[in-house]
Design a protein around this ligand. Structure first.
Ligand code: ZN
Length: 62
């Protein structure tokens, strides 16, 4: 499975929406997401995620 992931604070998180990661980390504080921020989002395999909170939350959603 491919997920939108973002590297923040030396950890790779899963992107939930335009503002937050699945674990609750805010990666975008702007009202409109900037191109610079969008460029940080990569669509890659879930196995690349290093933030345990993101992975646990995703699994609990099922
Ligand atoms: Zn996270």
């Amino acid at each position: 499975m491919i997920y939108p992931l973002i590297k923040e604070k030396d950890q790779i998180h899963i992107v939930k929406d335009s503002y937050y990661c699945v674990c609750g980390l805010e990666f975008n504080t702007e009202i409109v997401i900037k191109r610079k921020t969008l460029r940080k989002i990569k669509f890659i395999e879930l196995g690349q995620v290093t933030c345990e909170k993101c992975v646990l939350k995703l699994l609990n959603q099922k």
